[in-house]
Design a protein around this ligand. Structure first.
Ligand code: PGA
Length: 251
């Protein structure tokens, strides 16, 4: 945690969820009690097909809805892509960019992630820029170098209060493996210092999320690490009981 930063717990449903799953979303918004609302912000990044329905479902709730990716152009001949304008148009307030699955499955470079981040910030979306090392990079001792390169290449030049960073070791995503507390502390401390180098005093206010196999059972330990200002959660964000169980780490 960082004093003075309100943590963010963000879920990422990835390519999971059909209309019947909105019942889980409903349970999450109901379970996001006033007490929890006073401690954390809560976000679910839905598949594009569910965003409209999801924003309608959570209209009365403090739970926010986000998208999982965006194109960097406002519109045009980009079959299958969605723009930040389309995302805001249907009521989403946030977007992930540079998730490792996008970087790997779609060959997204830091330059593409940066273009997306700039488009998202320009549209007023809270923009979660994801970074993280692979297993090979961790084993060869290159973690901080990789993070430094990704941060340098993927982040807008100008500070915005809508920038959020998610540190997600690729080898911890969906595997049940999590880094040692000291490794998370080192990575987040490094990211914080890079943010201050880049954005000055404002760098102290940027939320740094940890992601990769966060579960109710490990959330308290992970979320209490210095400079960990919330979580990006995949698998455990699909069920309200698990997701709210993670949020309870903050009670
Ligand atoms: P996981 O995914 O929680 O299923 O490991 C995290 C992520 O990809 O954001």
């Amino acid at each position: 945690m960082t004093p003075d930063i309100k943590p963010l717990v963000a879920g990422n449903w990835k390519m999971n969820g059909v209309q019947s799953c909105l019942a889980e979303l409903n349970a999450m918004s109901t379970g996001f009690t006033k007490e929890l609302q006073s401690k954390i912000d809560l976000l679910i990044c839905l598949p594009a097909t569910l965003i409209s329905l999801g924003t309608a479902e959570t209209k009365q709730s403090a739970l926010k809805i986000g998208a999982q990716d965006c194109h960097f152009n406002v519109n045009g001949a980009h079959t299958g892509d969605i723009s930040t304008q389309m995302i805001t148009d249907i009521g989403a307030t946030s977007v992930l960019v540079g998730h490792s699955e996008r970087r790997t499955d779609h060959g997204e470079s830091d330059a593409i992630v940066l273009a997306k981040a700039n488009a998202a910030i320009a549209s007023g979306l809270m923009t979660v820029v994801c970074i993280g090392e692979t297993e090979v990079e961790r084993k060869s001792g290159d973690t901080l170098k990789v993070l430094e390169t990704q941060l340098a290449g993927s982040l807008p030049d100008e500070y915005s209060s809508n920038i959020v960073i998610a540190y997600e070791p690729v080898w911890a995503i969906g595997t049940g493996l999590i880094p040692k507390v000291s490794d998370v502390e080192e990575a987040h401390g490094f990211i914080r210092s890079e943010m201050i180098k880049r954005y000055g005093e404002n760098g102290k206010t940027i939320r740094l999320l940890y992601g990769g196999s966060v579960k109710p059972a490990n959330a308290k330990e992970l979320m209490s690490i210095e400079n960990v200002d919330g979580a990006l959660v995949g698998g455990a964000s699909l069920k309200a009981a698990d997701f709210l169980g993670i949020c309870e780490a903050y009670l």
